[in-house]
Write a protein that binds this ligand. Structure first.
Ligand SMILES: [Zn+2]
Ligand SMILES: [Zn+2]
Length: 338
């Protein structure tokens, strides 16, 4: 009996130690809560809701980058891209608000209501509701943010640079026709694009052997667009092509439709040039060198890819740098008509 009593006493003592530790932790938690609660007035919850709000664009760019990287890797479309992107932003926001809740004890709720096109084709619009409750203070805000997903050459902000978004469309459209290689900021098509165009039954598809196009969305600074044709020797057009810029376009696909594998859509979208390889032999006509034409939709035959006539924008050592353009696009960019 005595021995048992000692054993019980020993166990009881051992149990007391964690109980003391836990109660100390509990007191610490309570104290932390109390000390945080004292200054938590409207300015603190204002600060928290402002912080959540300023994190939405960063998380949105992360999600866009993850989705476009995935398409570039697999060539597979993201059906219903708005909903997919909305859910991914919501999940990142939930992680963030639960961290806030753990650290401050304040109830935070942020719902991503809608992700859709912005009036600006270089941005997407994210609508959300942020609620922060603490004691008797509450903030409830409905926020609509236009989040630009294109980078610019002049960007010095490294956080923007780290979210450079790749154009997913070329990787979806040429899937199964060969391998695209990425060289710097450009996609090099090798024989992939010419194979693809040939398979569509198009003439002079060989003009697009070793063609290239931009990898990242970049906004063209030559605006209004007729500045492209303003310079001597089409130097502005050459700079635009060398830098791989994108342009606003009614016919070109928006970012969401690009992720879904569509080259054209009814939303206000973007277009860029797909540049045939430079050569000493000139072909007079070939498929028009604009991405929404080259990757034209084939819901039904006949194919909607239309031809363009050659436009040489640079020549050196008897080598011709050129694209093929129809008069509609020549007009848009202020280039000589045929
Ligand atoms: Zn341009
Ligand atoms: Zn669209």
């Amino acid at each position: 009996m005595d021995n048992n009593g000692y054993v019980m006493g020993g166990i009881a003592f051992l149990l007391i130690i964690p109980a003391v530790i836990i109660s100390t932790m509990f007191i610490n938690v309570v104290n932390l809560d109390e000390t945080v609660k004292i200054p938590i007035k409207s300015d603190t919850i204002q600060h928290i809701s402002g912080d959540i709000e300023s994190n939405i664009p960063i998380l949105t760019l992360q999600v866009l980058k993850e989705n476009s990287d995935m398409v570039v890797k697999t060539g597979e479309t993201i059906p219903n891209s708005r909903e997919t992107i909305k859910r991914s932003i919501q999940s990142k926001i939930d992680d963030l608000t639960s961290k806030y809740q753990e650290n401050t004890g304040i109830n935070i709720y942020c719902k991503i209501n809608n992700v859709d096109n912005s009036l600006n084709p270089y941005a997407i619009c994210v609508n959300s509701t942020v609620d922060v409750h603490c004691n008797t203070s509450t903030i409830s805000k409905n926020i609509s943010q236009d989040i630009q997903f294109v980078c610019s050459d002049s960007a010095t902000d490294s956080s923007v640079e780290s979210y450079k978004i790749q154009d997913p469309l070329p990787f979806i459209k040429t899937r199964g026709y060969g391998v695209l290689t990425v060289v710097g900021d450009k996609i090099n098509y090798g024989t992939t694009l010419s194979n693809y165009l040939k398979s569509q039954g198009l003439n002079n598809s060989e003009a697009y052997e070793n063609a290239s196009s931009p990898l990242y969305f970049k906004k063209c600074p030559y605006d209004p667009y007729n500045f492209h044709g303003n310079s001597n020797g089409l130097l502005n057009l050459k700079n635009c092509i060398d830098n791989g810029y994108y342009h606003e376009s009614r016919a070109g696909a928006c970012i969401f439709c690009r992720l879904e594998g569509k080259s054209t859509c009814t939303h206000f979208g973007l277009e860029t040039f797909i540049v045939p390889s430079k050569s000493s032999v000139q072909i007079p006509t070939a498929p028009c060198s604009v991405d929404h034409v080259i990757f034209g939709e084939y819901g039904h035959y006949p194919i909607e890819i239309y031809p363009g006539t050659i436009l040489e924008y640079y020549r050196t050592d008897n080598v011709s740098y050129h694209i093929f353009l129809d008069n509609g696009h020549r007009n848009k960019y202020g280039l000589p008509l045929t």
